[in-house]
Design a protein. Structure first.
Length: 276
């Protein structure tokens, strides 16, 4: 694990995943809300020709929380901090949900940082006029279970029901074994505080990435699944607004598509990013 300083007093964890050569071309992997960098391990193993680097965003996995109020601009700053600390220059990136938004925010803050990107259902919404209503995901997350008797109990719990039950089994195991920490009594506790995750959902519509999509001039593949509402419905509009956006739809997948079928997603990433 590599430690990187970000803004707001945050210390980020960055993980080198897969069997790749450390001198190979880097690929930055950016996770969704509620996850951590090591859920990308299965995808990285499908891309041995790349140096796959996966960060834990602030407050998730082994990274610390920020000192002040949470904003999504901070997630973009986390991307920039990793690029700078590891001297990646202009880098190709893959983002899932919040991770896709963070990639776009980073490129908007510093044009030329991202060479090309694949974003699965990025959380980039147009502004909503008037007062926002309650955030359903934020409210549910405040009540989520944080402690289980063991890693195996947590895996069995999540695999038996949506939404995490759709993850490929080895990805779900990585989520639990690296997203929970063992306590003195043998039980395991979620590393990311549910209050932090809830705040992430609550503030997800507060950034202005959508208003500046025209400033993102690098090629971006926007991918979406078949959910009838939510981020999947915004993907066509995002791709159409980006100057060099391309859209792919896979109706058989849900919002966790990259973690449901990492082999398929890795092939898609390779096809787009390695195109001449």
């Amino acid at each position: 694990m590599i430690s990187v300083d970000s803004t707001d007093g945050v210390r980020l964890a960055v993980h080198e995943l897969g069997p790749s050569d450390p001198d190979a071309r880097p690929l930055l992997l950016c996770h969704a809300t509620g996850f951590h960098g090591r859920v990308w391990r299965a995808l990285a193993e499908e891309l041995p020709e790349r140096r796959c680097l996966a960060l834990d965003f602030r407050g998730y996995g082994d990274s610390t929380e920020q000192a002040g109020e949470l904003t999504w601009d901070g997630f973009g700053e986390d991307v920039l901090a990793v690029v700078d600390a590891l001297e990646l220059g202009s880098v190709q990136a893959v983002g899932h949900s919040k991770g896709g938004a963070a990639i776009i925010l980073a490129e908007q803050a510093r044009p030329g940082t991202i060479e090309a990107a694949v974003c699965f259902e990025p959380i980039v919404f147009p502004p909503v006029e008037g007062e926002r209503g309650p955030n359903h995901l934020a409210e549910i997350t405040k009540k989520r279970r944080e402690v289980f008797g063991s890693f195996d109990e947590a895996i069995a719990n999540f695999s038996a029901k949506p939404p995490l039950g759709s993850l490929r089994p080895d990805v779900l195991e990585d989520y639990v074994r690296h997203g929970f920490v063992r306590q003195a009594d043998g039980s395991v506790r979620l590393k990311a505080r549910r209050e932090h995750e809830s705040k992430t959902y609550e503030t997800g519509g507060g950034h202005d990435a959508y208003a500046h999509l025209g400033e993102v001039t690098c090629p971006v593949l926007v991918v979406h699944g078949g959910d009838p509402e939510g981020p999947s419905q915004m993907a066509p509009l995002i791709a159409d607004t980006l100057p060099h956006g391309e859209l792919r739809a896979f109706p058989h997948l849900g919002h966790f598509g990259p973690l449901e079928d990492p082999a398929w997603f890795a092939a898609l990433v390779r096809e787009f990013l390695d195109a001449p």
